[in-house]
Structures are given as structure tokens and as C-alpha cells.
Write a protein that binds this ligand. Structure first.
Ligand code: ARG
Length: 717
């Protein structure tokens, strides 16, 4: 009897201890312990130390946070970066004008001197990861309220961060994992001089645009090229003409070998956010509240932008990045709702919760700890649901929706100081300088006529859809005064405000007076909404705290209940590794998708009358001549391919690596059939869409003739 139990136990542990390939965004710190055996079996030829080490250079040293929300990788000894075109998009746009339209035409520097400094763009290298759970939770007790707990953790984190960065230039971030059950410290070395080196035209880098976005089969050459610069001693430095290309500890070799289904593939990068352990109530909230609201507001915003962008080339360039960002997640939320419904995610979550409830009920001690977790979450969502329209519309339609309101926020500090009986002129000067800088950036990509329409439309939406008792009283006043005509109100605001153009702002800032600010109609409107949103936030805050507590306990309990499962933490924009295979899929009954796309497909999609599907003449010539050089495969040019790796937004630009740690592609998207993937991974359906590195090299080499860049790479056959 005993023997049999033992055998069963061993079998069970062998069976369950294995982490499953594909699903999972693993912390590189634990690769050796949790994933290594499995990865080797699947085709990894590196050691765990070659992937992540703090004593030797390793793969992690070639992978960066690109800007504020993407991943990039170093591919040459001279700090050359590959990332996605959509990650470099706002930088490419910032350098573009109607006369130098790098979005439409592409950009290629042939020498270092031609590379374009891009103020504000940063490249962050991960130095180390450390488990600091004990120190972060020191002094935290179960009797504390959530607010007290959060304060204590914040205080501890500050201490941890300052202790660990003493005498260094590192930036530190203490980040919660597993819904606040664990804490890890991340140290980064942040380089602040990053320059644009190369970008394909939009007709390659964004081919298929919003029609193809989030979808396979895909034919987008979604890449762009930058370079990290450093001081002469290779240290991070602000931009300076004398800075030199940075030498990173590691750079990635590039493989132009053919790929087959089943080939090992892994991705390292910075997935932004998943909520895989969220409850059914969260799914209901997404389906009934958040998603439809975001989609409705963005549909309106995008309509307005689209019209104005089509009418004027300079407006098209100014709003290109704003439009793309908004459209990307507009479509995302449509797909997510579809996926959540179709794949029965709510029911699957509910089933797990029923299991959890049963598990608690059979044990008094468990019950004492966990019995309130799920009820607390449900209770919290009652309030969160109730106020969601006020919260979401305030954020989406008002604060981020109307540019003039977003801009008004810059005057907050200045307004406070000016309101004092005797404003400190030194402080006024400093703040004035800050606002001047902000307004320079703001007006560079601004079209007032568009914002006038936007303000009218967004106020109307807000007025219609947010429960009256949750709106600022001021809005009703406007509505009455203008007899419901928000367009009339909007033009009135813009004719009287100081915030509508550079000249007026400059004039105001040359001698800023509280009186004129306080009667500025844009300022008054902004203040009315911000006061209202503070009030709403204070009403929702206790519920958000209750939700945090419930989620933390549920997570803790779940790990206890499924003690033989290897859990991976939700994405939180820290470095992760995911591994699996190059793999095709079947999106629906009777349909099989191939795992690669080729230039044939680009040509088949070509439509000169549709800006999303234009094909450049040069690319057509290369296609006709089959001039693919060493990047082709059996007379074809592969463009994109699929893996079953587990990624999400933030991973964009991540290196897709083979078993030897060589770069085979750049990850850039997820697929339509599994858009609910942030809530639940779908092994059969969920894929990562990658641009093949051979297509990237072909475009750089054959299309752009930028052989200077090709020569920097370590290309392997
Ligand atoms: N869906 C991709 C992502 O979030 C972005 C693709 C960019 N293309 C576009 N048409 N907006 O990573």
C-alpha cells in the first residue's frame, strides 16, 4: 500500500512539477530552478547562467527597456538597438515634418553623425533582480488597514532602494509580485542618449496598419533601429555631441537559418501587465463596464482625428503617434471582449472560485484566513462598477481626451504659488520655465481646430453617459447657458483662453497673474473636472483597497490550494522569459493557418488606393527580381512567423531567440483569436506574431542599402 502511494506520489510530482512550456512569463532569476530542465528538453543549448547572471555577462545584458513601454535589444558591439517600428513610432514622428516625412519615406543614417538625438528617449539595462520580500514586508501586520500596509511597504521600499543604490548611478524599483505576496528589487542602469538610426517607411513598418493589427496572417515589417550613446568612459550621460556609441556587456548574434515548426523559441523582454489570477468579477467588470466604455469613447475620438488627419498632411504627422496609440487599444478591447465571451473565461474563473470555496470550507484554519477573500472582491466591485462611468469617462474623454484640459494640468503648481498673497518670484520663475518647456512640446504636435471639435464631442459624451449626480455641477451650468450646444461652448472657450496657442501662452507666461489664470475658461473647466474626479476617487478608494486585499489573499490561497503547480507571476513590466516553439494554429473549425507569411502575401494585399496597404515601388522591384540575397528561402522572402510564447504589450520589440541564443525575429503582436489572453492563456489559440529577422535584414540591406548597419552585426548561417 505504502509503495503504491509512493509510486503515485512520485508520478504525480514528476507530472506536475514540470513547468509547462508556452504559458508563463518567468522571472529570469529562477530559470535554473524552475525552467531549465524543461527548456533543455525542448531545445535550449545555453546554460542558465548564460541567460541570467549577475556575475558574468549574460543574455539579459543585451535586452533593454526601450523608452517607457517597449523592449529592445542590442545587436552590435556599438550599441545598435533593434526594436519594433511601432515602438520607435513616436520618435520617428517627432523628427518628421511635411518636408522630411520619415514616417512615409523612412530614414537611414549612413554615418554616426547622421543619427538623430531623440530627447527623452531612454534605454534601461537591467543590473540585477533580488528577492526583498522580507524587507519590504517588515513591520507589516494583519491588523493593519490596507492604507497603513501600503504606507509601510512604501517606507520600506524607499529604504531598500536607497541602501542598494548607494554610491551607484543605478535606478531602483521595488515591485510587488503575486498581488503583493512577494516583492523584488530591480536595479537599472539608464542611458539617456538614444538616437534614431533607421526606420523603414510606414508602408513596410506599419503595413496593414489597423486593419491587420492584432491579427494573423500578418505582413508587417515592424522594426526600427536606434543606438545607445554613452560618455567617453561608457557611462550613462545626457545627450552631448561628444558622446560615443555605447559598448554593452553583451549583444545578440543574428541567425538567418531556416525555421521549422517545432523549433525551440524563447523571448526575453518586458511584458507590461496581465491579470491571469483575476476573478470572475473582474471579467464581468471588463465585459460590462471598462471595455465598452473605452471602445465607445475612442471610436468617437478616432473618428475626429481620422477626418482631420486625412484633410491635412501636417495634421496627419502631428497626430500620427497619438492616433496609433489610441487605435491600438481601441481594437484591443474590442477583441478582448470577444475573446472573453467566446472562450468562456468567466465560467472557467467561476469554476476555480467554486473549487476554492470548497477547499476553504473543509478546513477551519483556512477558513479563518481566506473566507473573506472572494466576498471582499465581489463587494469591492459593487462600488467600483457603480462609479466606473465617472472614472473612465473622466480619464478617457476628459483628462486624456481633450488636449486643452490635459495641457491645463501643467499650470497646477504655478496656480498654487500665484494664489499666495506674496508669490515667491524665484519659484514663479522656475515654474514658468517648466511650463514653457512643456508647452513647447505640446504645441509641436497640436492642431487647435481638432481640439475644438474634440472638446465639444467629449463633453457631450460625458454629459450623456455619466450619471448626473456624479458629474461636476459646472457642466450642468454650461449645458444650461449654451442650451445644450457644447460646440458653441467649445468655440467660446478657445476664443477666450490663454491656452490655445503658443503666442498666447507665451504672453501669459511673460507676466503670469493669478487673476487672469483664475478667469481663464479652460482653467475653470479643468479645475471643475479635477475637483470632481478627486471626489469620485475618494469614494472609490476604500473599495480599491478592499479589492487589493481580496486579490492578495485569493492569490495566496490559490498557491496553497494548488501546491504542486509552479506559478509564474503576472506581468508587471519587469524582465521575463517565455519559451516554447515556432508553431502554427487553427483559428476555427476547418481553418489551418500556416506559421509563416511571405512577400507573396504582401503583394496579394497590395491596394494603392488604401494608405494601409500601399507597397513601395522599390519593394515591388525586389520582389519581381526575387532579389533576396542570403535572406531568402527557396525563392521566397519570409516576412512573419508565429510562436506559442506567452507575451503581452510591453514585450513589443522583444528578441525572439533560438536554442543558441541567436536572434531569429522580433515579437510585435498577439493574435485575434486569443485577445483575452491577459486574463487566461489559451494554449491552442494564443500565438506571438514576430517579424522574421531575415526580413528585417533584407529591408535594411536590399531595400534601404544601409550596408553600414549590416556590417555591424554578427550574422550566422
Ligand atoms: N498591436 C501591437 C501591440 O500592441 C501594435 C501594433 C502596431 N500597429 C498598429 N497598427 N497600431 O504591440
Amino acid at each position: 500500500m505504502k509503495k503504491i502511494t509512493l509510486v503515485i506520489l512520485t508520478l504525480l510530482s514528476v507530472f506536475t512539477f514540470q513547468s509547462r512550456a508556452d504559458e508563463g512569463m518567468w522571472l529570469p532569476l529562477f530559470v535554473q530552478r524552475l525552467n531549465y530542465v524543461d527548456m533543455q528538453k525542448e531545445g535550449l543549448h545555453l546554460t542558465a547562467e548564460e541567460i541570467y547572471s549577475i556575475n558574468h555577462s549574460s543574455l539579459k545584458d543585451a535586452i533593454i527597456i526601450f523608452g517607457g513601454g517597449c523592449t529592445g535589444e542590442i545587436v552590435s558591439p556599438n550599441g545598435l538597438i533593434f526594436t519594433n517600428h511601432h515602438c520607435g513610432y513616436s520618435s520617428i514622428q517627432s523628427h518628421s515634418t511635411v518636408d522630411h516625412d520619415y514616417l512615409s519615406d523612412g530614414f537611414w543614417a549612413t554615418r554616426y553623425e547622421e543619427e538623430l538625438p531623440t530627447p527623452g528617449l531612454r534605454a534601461s539595462f537591467l543590473v540585477s533582480i533580488q528577492d526583498v520580500t522580507a524587507a519590504a514586508l517588515a513591520g507589516v501586520t494583519n491588523q493593519m488597514t490596507e492604507a497603513e500596509r501600503a504606507d509601510k511597504i512604501k517606507e520600506n521600499s524607499k529604504k531598500i532602494e536607497s541602501e542598494n543604490t548607494k554610491g551607484t548611478q543605478y535606478e531602483a524599483r521595488t515591485t510587488p509580485f503575486f498581488n503583493g505576496n512577494e516583492y523584488y528589487l530591480f536595479l537599472y542602469e539608464v542611458y539617456k542618449d538614444v538616437r534614431l538610426v533607421g526606420a523603414p517607411p510606414t508602408s513596410i513598418g506599419k503595413f496593414g496598419a489597423d486593419t491587420d493589427n492584432w491579427m494573423w496572417p500578418r505582413h508587417t515589417g515592424d522594426f526600427s533601429v536606434f543606438r545607445v550613446y554613452a560618455s567617453k568612459d561608457n557611462k550613462p550621460a545626457e545627450y552631448a555631441a561628444g558622446n560615443v556609441p555605447m559598448k554593452s556587456k553583451q549583444f545578440l548574434p543574428v541567425s538567418i537559418k531556416e525555421k521549422k515548426i517545432g523549433d525551440f523559441a524563447m523571448i526575453m523582454g518586458y511584458p507590461g501587465r496581465t491579470t491571469r489570477y483575476a476573478t470572475s468579477t473582474a471579467i464581468k467588470f471588463a465585459l460590462e463596464k471598462n471595455n465598452p466604455m473605452v471602445v465607445k469613447i475612442r471610436t468617437k475620438k478616432l473618428d475626429i482625428l481620422r477626418e482631420d488627419m486625412a484633410a491635412d498632411a501636417s495634421v496627419r504627422i502631428k497626430y500620427a503617434a497619438k492616433f496609433a496609440g489610441s487605435a491600438n487599444y481601441w481594437k484591443y478591447y474590442i477583441g478582448q471582449s470577444k475573446g472573453l465571451k467566446q472562450l468562456g473565461v468567466y465560467d472557467r474563473k467561476k469554476e476555480l472560485e467554486d473549487q476554492f470555496a470548497n477547499w476553504i470550507n473543509t478546513d477551519k484554519d483556512r477558513s479563518a484566513i481566506y473566507s473573506e477573500a472572494l466576498p471582499d472582491i465581489s463587494l469591492a466591485y459593487e462600488t467600483i462598477n457603480k462609479y466606473e462611468a465617472a472614472v473612465r469617462y473622466n480619464a478617457e474623454a476628459i483628462m486624456q481626451g481633450c488636449e486643452i484640459i490635459a495641457f491645463s494640468r501643467n499650470f497646477n503648481k504655478l496656480a498654487d504659488v500665484l494664489a499666495k498673497p506674496k508669490p515667491d518670484q524665484k519659484i514663479v520663475q522656475t515654474l514658468t520655465k517648466q511650463v514653457t518647456e512643456a508647452s513647447g512640446k505640446y504645441f509641436k504636435d497640436y492642431n487647435m481646430a481638432t481640439d475644438v471639435k474634440m472638446l465639444a464631442a467629449m463633453l457631450q459624451l460625458y454629459y450623456n453617459d455619466v450619471p448626473k449626480e456624479m458629474q461636476p455641477a459646472y457642466l450642468e451650468k454650461i449645458h444650461k447657458k449654451y442650451k445644450g450646444d457644447f460646440a458653441a461652448y467649445a468655440s467660446e472657450v478657445f476664443s477666450k483662453t490663454n491656452f490655445s496657442d503658443t503666442t498666447k501662452v507665451k504672453l501669459f507666461l511673460s507676466n503670469p497673474q493669478s487673476k487672469s489664470l483664475q478667469k481663464d475658461p479652460a482653467w475653470i473647466l479643468y479645475k471643475a473636472f479635477s475637483a470632481n474626479s478627486s471626489l469620485i476617487d475618494s469614494l472609490v478608494k476604500p473599495s480599491n483597497e478592499l479589492l487589493a486585499k481580496g486579490n492578495r489573499l485569493f492569490m495566496q490561497g490559490l498557491r496553497e490550494m494548488q501546491s504542486d503547480r509552479t506559478f509564474y507571476p503576472d506581468a508587471n513590466f519587469t524582465m521575463r522569459l517565455t519559451y516554447g516553439q515556432v508553431l502554427d494554429y487553427s483559428p476555427a473549425d476547418a481553418i489551418d493557418y500556416n506559421y509563416v507569411t511571405t512577400l507573396d502575401g504582401v503583394m496579394a494585399k497590395e491596394d494603392p488606393s488604401n494608405p494601409e496597404f500601399v507597397v513601395a515601388d522599390k519593394l515591388k522591384q525586389l520582389y519581381k527580381a526575387k532579389d533576396y540575397g542570403r535572406y531568402g528561402e527557396n525563392g521566397k522572402m519570409v516576412v512573419g512567423f508565429l510562436t506559442n510564447n506567452d507575451i503581452t504589450g510591453g514585450n513589443s520589440g522583444s528578441p525572439v531567440l533560438n536554442g543558441d541564443g541567436e536572434l531569429i525575429g522580433l515579437a510585435f503582436d498577439g493574435n485575434w483569436e486569443a485577445m483575452s489572453g491577459n486574463y487566461a492563456f489559451e494554449p491552442k489559440l494564443q500565438r506571438t506574431i514576430c517579424v522574421d529577422i531575415r526580413y528585417v535584414l533584407f529591408v535594411i540591406d536590399k531595400y534601404a542599402g544601409a550596408t553600414n548597419l549590416i556590417n555591424e552585426l554578427d550574422i550566422r548561417n
